[in-house]
Design a protein around this ligand. Structure first.
Ligand code: SF4
Length: 365
């Protein structure tokens, strides 16, 4: 068995660590590129969500490298995610791929099924080893998130252009190379040192932007056309409303790890604008925008793939939130036609607007 899974930002680092710790052979797909998108879009239904097309492309590329088993999350609720795994599998079968499919349903809904699937993949390893492996994956996700947050703070303040991204890649490599949970603390402290060596101008005025939206688009830089990096280089400090380790804590550990941000806070902040679950992260997008406004952020960017139902609901509510709480909101919809140049122009215009507001605030203060 050679297991693969779809890319979603740095998720692969945690999943690979977890599965290899359990002795499972892993073949992660090559990084998502234009080729992945072309492959996926060619064979997926035209109006399928963009993540489905990219997942499909990932699986086709991983198959070329010898992968024969797909590990995929399942889902439930009022959006299409629950059908993803089966639709992708059916398309792959039609195309002649000989994949096995293992769908891991959300643990908060089907905990026994979740554990049974993990055990199936691992060939019946003892429970203590499975639990240690999940912990290992989580620790890596948490360290990667911490390094990303350091990069988000440093990028707009860096003195040498590009130095943050260089340092981040070097730090990330150390985390990837940690083969055992006991190796992670050393890798983390070396990675942190590397990040701290980036020279910054701490007094430089920067605008603060919160990013909300659909989880895949938020976490996968290829899909969001690298908005975080572009914003950083334009002088904006970003804060992403969903991080992988927070998602794991919320959904796998049922919030057991205290002291980390939880999506519950965002859901609690969403009423009266949106009082109930609409699928995906639609409700969190509204709540996070409210929280960012209350925390004094200068603006919010909502990211969603074309036709994403939960985020379309959120998109229609956000103008009201923006007007009530006086926080500018820009919505970026991405699909296979989206181009980086057009996105950069829109981001520049948004930052100009925020800078003008920021300067007015400074004058009035
Ligand atoms: S959250 Fe949006 S993009 Fe994701 S599966 Fe649901 S509708 Fe599609």
């Amino acid at each position: 068995m050679k297991v693969t899974f779809p890319h979603m930002g740095y998720l692969w680092i945690s999943l690979k660590a977890m599965l290899e710790y359990l002795g499972v052979e892993v073949q992660e797909p090559p990084p998502t590129t234009k080729k992945t998108l072309i492959l996926g879009s060619k064979h997926a239904p035209e109006f399928a969500c963009l993540p489905l097309k990219l997942n499909l492309g990932n699986f086709m590329e991983a198959a070329e490298m010898g992968a024969d088993t797909i590990l995929m999350a399942g889902g439930c609720g009022p959006c299409r995610f629950g059908y993803y795994a089966q639709v992708e599998y059916a398309i792959l079968q039609d195309l002649g791929y000989k994949y096995q499919l293992v769908v891991v349903e959300p643990p908060e809904k089907h905990i026994s099924e979740f554990l049974a699937r993990i055990r199936y993949i691992t060939g019946g390893r003892p429970w203590w080893q499975v639990i240690n492996a999940i912990r290992f994956g989580y620790i890596k996700a948490r360290v990667v998130d911490d390094l990303e947050k350091m990069a988000q703070w440093r990028r707009p303040r860096e003195i040498i252009p590009g130095s943050t991204d260089q340092a981040f890649s070097a730090a990330l490599q150390l985390i990837i190379e940690a083969r055992h949970p006991r190796d992670v603390p050393k890798a983390q402290s070396q990675g942190t040192q590397i990040m701290n060596q980036v020279q910054v101008d701490e007094r430089k005025p920067v605008v603060k932007i919160g990013i909300v939206g659909e989880i895949y688009t938020l976490l996968e830089p290829f899909t969001n056309l690298d908005v975080e990096r572009h914003l950083g280089r334009m002088g904006a400090e970003v804060n992403r409303s969903i991080c992988l380790s927070e998602w794991i804590n919320d959904h796998l550990f049922m919030g057991l790890i205290k002291g980390t941000r939880s999506s519950k806070e965002a859901r609690r902040a969403a009423p009266p604008y949106l009082n109930h679950f609409v699928g995906g992260h639609g409700q969190e997008s509204i709540g996070s925008t409210v929280l960012y406004a209350k925390q004094g952020f200068d603006g919010v960017i909502q990211l969603l793939p074309f036709t994403c139902m939960p985020e379309i609901v959120a998109q229609s509510i956000l103008p009201g939130v923006s007007a009530d709480l006086d926080i500018p909101v820009l919505t970026l919809v991405v699909d296979e036609q989206s181009g980086e140049a057009g996105t950069i122009t829109r981001l520049e215009a948004f930052i100009d607007l925020l800078n003008r507001k920021y300067q007015q605030k400074e004058v009035l203060a």
